[in-house]
Design a protein around this ligand. Structure first.
Ligand code: URA
Length: 434
């Protein structure tokens, strides 16, 4: 079938065979299927979906578009974590050293910012010198010697997803269950893991706005993982406000290091511990979640987790002195306070608007070719339930280009809802599946 016919078949809601799907994805990786044809295809999938057999074929074709690693030379159960994407989600930065410090090898292939959400690779690259484009040989070596390595998709690992991810980011085809599930699972299955913990975000800052959709996404991914012989656990977690206090690349790295020092906000700390504890249990380094949490608290207290991050940064070409002395991380030229226009309690923070405002500041990309500004972003001075008075600072913006501020300010103010009564507390971990 020619690409035109494949797109038309999906557009009209008819079934695609595994062979046709494979040829379409292979053609995309080779350049025979163009970006505009793949854009039309992903939009057709956005509206028409993929049936379970189509999804299995799509994921397999993405996975097998490149090399599938076998890390059996590293002893132990290799476990990774993947988040479906949130705002202020810097969990991977602290989770990988925490798990590695407890003896769980973490081979992690991460992504860049997508839509309004940030990406681990962009955050890591705000550490001077940090390289996410290591060779597979180096990746293998670091997983074995240090116990963790965080890289981007290479030309050989799930190359179809690498191309597709960037395309979806700029064609409004991110928030689509089959495309997210196949994207995540193809990458994760390629990286050499034995088990996987999924953080499926729900709420205003997530691609899944409802618990039902988040559950479907989690079940879809668990289904794909199980079929491929991996243990998969998913936590459905709240993304109705940005995680922690910071949004923006270097600002988030700073908060991640503070987490490893036991000095980070409670929500971010709690989520990191909950996800890493699952990894320790899957990795057979703890017999229960309680035991895992005790181990994690110990490696925070005794400094082993922070030391592991220093090792990891140095091994990936980064400057560990920028982690030891956080004032050496990139900084924006100036800060500007965004203030409240009324008094009351913060009853809602639309995380997607905060993510888009951060993107407007330069913390994310509007076009695939945009260059990230690592120093810009936000510190959220007020979070859900906090009391505010008119004129108080809601958010401190870290800014390099003041001409963007009118739009940023409007977006941030619109994101904050202020009401007369404080909202009830919502649990951070809403459900556990797997
Ligand atoms: N994370 C991914 O890796 N892929 C998606 O499509 C969405 C979030």
């Amino acid at each position: 079938m020619r690409p035109y016919e494949v797109i038309k078949t999906k557009r009209d809601g008819k079934l695609l065979s595994a062979e046709v799907i494979r040829a379409f994805i292979d053609g995309y990786v080779k350049g025979d299927v163009t970006d505009y044809q793949m854009s039309a295809m992903t939009m057709a999938i956005f509206f028409r979906g993929l049936t379970p057999p189509e999804l299995a074929a799509w994921t397999r074709a993405m996975l097998e578009s490149g090399e599938v690693l076998d890390l059996s030379e590293t002893p132990g159960v290799k476990v990774d974590k993947h988040s479906t994407g949130g705002v202020g989600d810097k969990v991977s930065l602290s989770l990988a050293p925490l798990a590695a410090a407890c003896g769980v090898p973490v081979p992690m292939i991460s992504g860049r910012g997508l839509g309004h959400t940030g990406g681990t690779l962009d955050k890591l690259e705000s550490i001077p010198g940090f390289r996410v484009d290591l060779s597979i040989a180096d990746y293998r070596r670091l997983v074995k010697t240090i116990g963790a390595c965080l890289i981007g998709q290479t030309a050989t690992l799930a190359p179809a997803d690498k191309k597709l991810y960037a395309l979806r980011d700029v064609t409004a085809t991110v928030d689509c269950i089959p495309l997210i599930a196949s994207s995540i699972m193809s990458k994760k299955m390629a990286e050499g893991i034995d088990a996987l913990v999924l953080d499926v975000k729900v709420g205003s800052g997530a691609f899944m706005k409802t618990i039902e959709n988040a559950r479907t996404l989690a079940q879809t991914m668990i289904g794909i993982g199980t079929e491929m012989g991996k243990s998969v656990v998913a936590l459905l977690t709240d993304m109705d406000q940005p995680l922690g206090r910071t949004v923006g690349n270097a600002l988030e790295v700073k908060e991640a290091v503070e987490m490893l020092r036991g000095e980070a906000p409670a929500d971010y700390t709690e989520l990191t511990l909950a996800l890493t504890a699952e990894m320790l249990v899957l990795g057979k380094k703890a017999g229960s979640i309680d035991e895992a949490r005790a181990k994690l608290e110990q490696v925070i207290r005794n400094g082993a987790a922070e030391k592991k991050l220093h090792e990891l940064v140095a091994a990936q070409g980064g400057d560990p002195s920028a982690i030891a002395d956080l004032s050496r991380l990139p900084k924006a030229r100036t800060t500007i306070a965004i203030t409240a226009t009324s008094s009351g309690f913060v009853t809602g923070i639309d995380s997607e608007s905060i993510g888009l405002a951060a993107m407007t500041l330069g913390a994310g990309r509007e076009k695939t070719t945009d260059v990230i500004d690592p120093g810009v972003g936000f510190v959220l001075e007020k979070k859900l339930g906090d009391a505010v008075s008119a004129g108080a600072t809601l958010v401190t913006a870290h800014v390099n280009d003041e001409t963007r501020m009118p739009e940023v300010m409007e977006r941030v103010r619109a994101a904050y809802r202020i009401g007369a009564t404080a909202p009830g507390r919502r649990p951070l971990v809403l459900e556990r599946l797997g």
